[in-house]
Design a protein around this ligand. Structure first.
Ligand code: KIV
Length: 267
């Protein structure tokens, strides 16, 4: 029997029932297939692809067409998970018409289920237009990496009252604008708790503590592909860097010693 697909309604129900939501990034077919089969609820084609796939320092350089390419690969590996695609820097900030056109292009060319964009009140008009066109939108508040040049650092956001109050208001504005969920990145756990309790849509935390309705991590971080990145919020579930290094060294050694291929591995 085919697995029951995750929808925005299912995500809302999960929050209402107190069932936590598991979200992970994916950027290609093979990993998307593994994560979907393992039971991940939401796959995020994050613009962190700019960092972990393209090797850029920030998320700013990745283009709309590059995000679409990653999303096309991911969607082919998915049966059950809900696939959200990040709208990249420059594809929605100018005005709501451009934002709508970018969101439509993503949905038309990828078959994904929703888009995500960063920001609060300043992007609420764009969110309303995208949602009116029938496209589910996920918000993203707190540390918003596309604004790194404004922030200057990747440290915890909204520790002071003024920024915390702004974030609380923004979360309500995003809910009213029609978002089906909000990523809360790197904010104090107690603030994420208050936000999560005050809105009906699910909050998905990354570095935002245990009271969020779900959690998201970048796959390269949680699988230990990049072990140099060690923020406090990260739980590393595997040391893939070490496993891959050992496997590749063994492969090299087998070739150098002419033990690969064997007769059984030859025609
Ligand atoms: O691009 C990304 O991976 C993200 C997550 C950090 C939430 O936006």
């Amino acid at each position: 029997m085919a697995a029951k697909k995750i929808t925005t309604n299912a995500l809302l129900k999960m929050k209402a029932n107190g069932e936590k939501i598991a979200m992970l990034t994916a950027y290609d077919f093979s990993f998307a297939r593994l994560f979907d089969a393992a039971g991940i609820d939401i796959l995020l084609v994050g613009d962190s692809a700019s960092n972990v796939m393209a090797g850029n320092e920030t998320t700013l350089p990745i283009t709309l067409d590059q995000m679409i390419y990653h999303a096309q690969c991911v969607i082919k590996g998915v049966n059950r998970s809900f696939v959200v695609v990040d709208m990249p820097f420059g594809s929605y900030q100018s005005n709501s018409e451009i934002a709508l056109a970018s969101a439509i292009k993503i949905m038309k060319e990828t078959g994904a289920h929703a888009v995500k964009l960063e920001g609060g009140e300043e992007v609420s008009e764009s969110i309303k237009r995208i949602v009116s066109a029938g496209i589910p939108v996920m918000g993203h508040l707190g540390l918003t990496p596309q604004s790194i040049n404004k922030f200057g650092t990747y440290t915890v956001r909204a520790k002071e009252d003024v920024e915390a109050d702004r974030l609380k208001k923004d979360s309500q504005i995003l809910e009213e604008a029609g978002c089906f969920g909000i990523v809360l990145e790197k904010i104090p756990a107690i603030l994420a708790k208050e936000v999560s309790e005050n809105i009906a849509i699910p909050t998905i935390g990354i570095g935002a503590g245990k009271y969020c309705d779900g959690q998201v991590l970048v796959m390269h971080d949680m699988l230990g592909i990049n072990t140099e990145f060690k923020p406090r919020f990260l739980r590393q579930y595997l040391n893939l860097q070490e496993l891959i290094n050992n496997a590749v060294q063994l492969y090299i050694s087998d070739i150098k010693q002419s033990t690969f291929p064997s007769d059984q591995e030859s025609y």
